[in-house]
Write a protein that binds this ligand. Sequence first.
Ligand code: HQG
Length: 181
Amino acid sequence: MDESKRTQISKYLSYHLRHRPDALGIELEPGGWVRIDTLLAAAAERGKKLRREQLDAVVASCAKRRFTLDAAGGRIRANQGHSVSVDLQLTRATPPVMLYHGTHHRAVKSIQTDGLLKMNRHHVHLSADLETAQAVGSRRGKAVIFGVDTATMVEKGYAFFVSDNGVWLTDAVPPEFLLLD
Ligand code: HQG
C-alpha cells in the first residue's frame, strides 16, 4: 500500500472513530472502542472497500499512533482527538513540569486573553516536546509555541491525562499558566 492510500484510510478512520461514527451507523463503546468486523461491514455497506490487512497496516505504520487495537485484536479505537461524546476511560497522570502547545499565530491574542480552550475536541492537547508542538502548530500557518507551567497547575489541583500515544490532555489552561518567549 502506498503512502497516499495509507493517509486516505487513516483520515477515514479518524473521521469515523473521532467525529462521525453515526455516519457509519455505528456507536462507540466506552473507551471509544468499535468492533473491527462491524466497522468494516458498515464501511462496505456504504461502498468503502477496506480490508482488515489494510486497517492493520495503517494502525501499525502510523507515526503518531493515532489508533490502538485491543489485546485480542477484535476492536479498534482512536487514542485521542474525539469530538463526539465518549468516555475515553483515561487515567489521571502527573505530567512533566512543563508541557508545550503549538498553535498558529492568528490564535495568540485570543489564547493570551482566554487561555487554551478545548474548542470542539474533548480536551486541550499538549505535547511533551517542542518538535511535536512545532509540528502541531504549523498545520494552520506560522507556528507559535506556548509553554505550559504544569508544575504549578498540578499544585493547584488541575487534572491531566495521557493518551496511549503520549498526548497530554487537560480541560483548559488559564492564561496565567502560559509562557511565551
Ligand atoms: C486553538 C492533531 C483561539 C488551538 C494534532 C488550536 C494534535 C484557541 C485550535 C491534535 C484557543 C484547536 C490536536 C483560544 C485553543 N482562542 N484559539 N482561546 N484555545 N485554540 O485541532 O491542539 O492529526 O482541536 O491552539 O497533531 O491544534 O488529528 O487542536 O490551534 O495532536 O491526530 O484552537 O490534532 O492530531 O485545534 O491539535 P485542534 P490542536 P491528528
